[in-house]
Design a protein around this ligand. Structure first.
Ligand code: SF4
Ligand code: SF4
Length: 379
């Protein structure tokens, strides 16, 4: 099997010049990363209409489309399902995406994030038929959809539409493999049953896997000091036979070089490594306060525009480093610059959009309590 062809460049978390402005992509650094990635023989780039507020697609045009021949790379883009208001929007968005990228066809095209409300939108606006036609007309070479939900909904969608598709892009990693709220394993098996390829997103669960407690970091160090935590997690995904692509989001050059090394010298996960990761999954699940993957879908739904994943990130880090008071200061700063966490109105709109099935208002309340009451900034 050609494992090297499984390394995809995920363009959802590109390097930024201003960490508070997602559209401020560091084009120079991104170009350099693209050059090294391409030089080493990798060629698959994944984006969406929404990543970096639309700037991911334009940055890809500058870094890839304007600097490399079209046949030397593959691009995957995704329909912004949540933004569909009429059937005509399908064409409008596709034309806009092609224009932003500066290309005239997609190698892969997905309906973005099928969940219960967005499945309804896609069906109401004939998006399934539309992307089937895109493939017939050569606008998309392969088609599919991305999916973060549980296996019951996947079964419903595949029973109806599997014949249309080539690929399902799943959230899959060793932490979510047997997690009953994500069910990666069951979802993977369903795709295999329907003869569909699996592309993997979130192999590091948005950073949760690579930012564990000090104790877990030590376990990894003792298990194999020569391999990064990320490399084991990525090999877990890429070792699965029907996984044809693993999307690695990379905002730093060092992450990209580490991932290149993982795929250039690929080794299928051994039994001992599998066993070790199973143990680590349990330990990690017990130690993460809120299993937020920082995908950002909840922010789009929140009428108060609370930066939910940023609060969860601070909370998780603070819980893992109880000796440090710095996170209380970051919490105050975030509330000053954006919207304070205690402005949540408990409207619950965000919950059905959460890819990790987190009870967001309940967890936000815990975040507020943690930082405002039980935690002194002065130690
Ligand atoms: S419950 Fe809170 S966080 Fe969720 S959408 Fe409503 S205001 Fe925003
Ligand atoms: S709370 Fe849920 S939807 Fe929001 S960023 Fe985290 S995982 Fe994504």
């Amino acid at each position: 099997m050609n494992y090297k062809s499984k390394f995809g460049f995920g363009c959802m978390r590109l390097p930024q010049t201003d960490e508070n402005n997602p559209t401020s992509i560091d084009q120079e650094l991104f170009n350099e990363m693209v050059d090294i990635y391409m030089e080493k023989g990798f060629n698959y780039f994944d984006t969406s209409y929404a990543y970096h507020g639309g700037a991911s697609e334009t940055a890809m045009r500058k870094a890839i489309v304007e600097r490399y021949p079209r046949e030397s790379y593959q691009i995957c883009d995704k329909m912004p399902t949540w933004a569909l208001t009429s059937e005509k929007d399908n064409e409008k968005f596709v034309n806009e995406m092609l224009e932003r990228l500066g290309i005239d066809y997609f190698d892969v095209f997905f309906i973005h994030n099928i969940n219960t409300p967005w499945l309804k939108l896609a069906e109401e606006h004939n998006t399934f038929e539309y992307i089937k036609k895109m493939k017939e007309d050569g606008i998309a070479k392969k088609i599919g959809f991305s999916f973060h939900e549980k296996s019951a909904l996947l079964k419903e969608v595949l029973d109806k539409y599997a014949d249309l598709f080539d690929i399902v892009q799943l959230e899959l990693n060793y932490l979510d493999w047997e997690d009953p709220s994500i069910e990666s394993h069951k979802c993977y098996d369903l795709c295999v049953e329907h003869g569909l390829d699996v592309y993997v997103m979130e192999p590091l669960k948005g950073g949760v896997i690579v930012n564990p407690s000090e104790e877990i970091k030590k376990d990894f160090e003792e298990f194999n000091p020569d391999k990064s935590i990320a490399s084991l997690a990525i090999r877990f995904c890429a070792s699965l036979e029907h996984v044809k692509m693993v999307l690695c989001g990379m905002s730093k050059m060092e992450d990209m070089l580490d991932n290149c090394d993982t795929f250039e010298n690929f080794e299928v996960l051994s039994d001992a490594e599998s066993e070790f990761l199973e143990k680590m999954a349990q330990k990690l699940a017990d130690s993460v306060a809120v299993p937020c993957s920082e995908c950002g879908y909840c922010i789009k739904a929140c009428p108060e525009m609370i930066p939910i994943p940023e609060y969860f990130h601070l909370y998780n880090t603070s819980k893992n480093q109880p000796e440090s008071n710095i996170y209380r200061l970051y919490y105050d700063k975030l509330g000053d610059e954006k919207v304070p966490a205690d402005e949540c109105t408990y409207c619950s709109t965000c919950i059905e959009h959460c890819t990790q099935k987190i009870d967001i208002p309940e967890e936000l309340e815990k975040v507020c309590e943690h930082f405002e009451n039980g935690f002194s900034p002065y130690g």
